[in-house]
Design a binder for this molecule. Structure first.
Ligand SMILES: Nc1ncnc2c1ncn2[C@@H]1O[C@H](COP(=O)(O)OP(=O)(O)OP(=O)(O)O)[C@@H](O)[C@H]1O
Ligand SMILES: CC(C)(CO)[C@@H](O)C(=O)NCCC(=O)O
Length: 307
């Protein structure tokens, strides 16, 4: 990310100092528990990157609560309405959004044990394979037109109004929406919404999904690295698929690996690369915080929006 006037560029060394004075550090036991739930994240990232981040989110939460209280007073209401705090996480396919989101959820649950913290991905709002075929956009999966944005906005509206809301579910294993399966979001205090499109502007709507966010994060890395992570994940998916005939990737998994790798590289070049350049990267400067990852997924730089 270039130096941008509206962001503070913060090195890892600076960022890790931000929380020390403010939060009780995690005990060894807590850290061990968090690591056991998120074995792919480095312990150093948890303490040095994510703990200050949770602290910052806590501060934003306080501001949101104050705002709701003031508004209730202004409207002459006895008490403020409950409005869940919503955190959005954007970035390329395979950059590590779900991994970041799961870790944030674990940490927030640890720090606010009496609060309900839920996580959903916008993958569930993709049209089903049948519908993508009907619209002749099967090769555009992940592009703005492949999502039911109206439905996602209605979902966000329900969440913010503290109404029970159902998020449909997508499975990488069947490469499709799981028919009839939902994630129920109800009485939630904090909702994390993760997906490539969460900072995009729907083409036929007046609202951004991000209008519902109290804090947004863009996970960033050089495309070369992201592509490598995509191909590594593809290999892991193939290993899993080899034991499961119902898996979408089964045929690739038991076939020639080199041909499968060539296919995955082709999908990156034809689908995920143009999607990143045309539709995902341009949303980066809407995020409140940009996390920049280097080799081995380590976060080496952060950009915090100034205003
Ligand atoms: N901090 C990390 N340390 C090690 N591996 C990671 C880390 N973050 C992500 N990965 C790995 O990188 C790959 C992509 O991560 P993940 O599935 O979280 O990406 P994503 O952005 O949610 O992808 P998609 O948009 O396709 O759902 C996975 O194999 C994951 O295990
Ligand atoms: C489900 C999405 C769109 C986003 O997570 C992505 O993982 C995807 O499937 N993209 C389509 C091309 C591909 O198979 O990678």
């Amino acid at each position: 990310m270039e130096n941008q006037l509206n962001y503070y560029k913060i090195s890892r060394a600076e960022w890790k100092e931000f929380y020390k004075e403010h939060i009780v550090p995690l005990t060894k036991g807590e850290l061990a528990r968090i690591m056991s739930l998120n074995d792919r994240i480095s312990q150093a990232d948890v303490s040095e990157i994510y703990m200050p981040l949770v602290h910052l989110i806590g501060l934003r939460w306080k501001i949101q609560q104050q705002k709701l209280k003031q508004q209730a007073e202004f409207l002459g209401k006895k008490k403020p309405q409950k409005v869940p705090l919503v955190i959005g996480i954007a970035g390329s396919v395979a950059v590590g959004k779900s991994t970041t989101a799961r870790l944030l959820q674990t940490l927030l649950k640890e720090i606010y044990p009496h609060k309900k913290v839920q996580l959903i991905t916008t993958d569930g709002f993709l049209y089903s394979t049948a519908e993508l075929k009907r619209r002749h956009i099967l090769s555009k999966k992940g592009f703005p037109e492949s999502y039911d944005m109206d439905r996602l906005l209605r979902f966000m509206d329900d969440v913010k109004n503290n109404l029970p809301a159902k998020a449909p579910v997508y499975s990488h294993k069947i490469y499709d929406i799981v028919s009839g399966e939902y994630e129920l979001v109800k009485d939630v205090d904090i909702l994390i919404v993760e997906g490539i499109n969460v900072l995009q502007l729907p083409s036929n709507q007046q609202l951004y999904v991000s209008d519902y966010f109290d804090f947004s994060i863009y996970v960033d890395a050089r495309e070369e690295l992201i592509k490598q992570w995509y191909l590594e994940r593809f290999d892991m998916l193939l290993d899993l698929a080899a034991q499961d005939k119902s898996n979408y990737y089964y045929a690739y998994a038991i076939g020639d690996r080199q041909a499968a790798h060539a296919m995955a590289k082709d999908v990156w070049q034809k689908v995920n690369h143009p999607n990143l350049l045309e539709y995902i990267l341009p949303t980066r400067n809407r995020a409140d915080l940009v996390l920049t990852k280097g080799k081995n997924h380590l976060i080496n730089e952060l950009y915090l929006k100034k205003y």
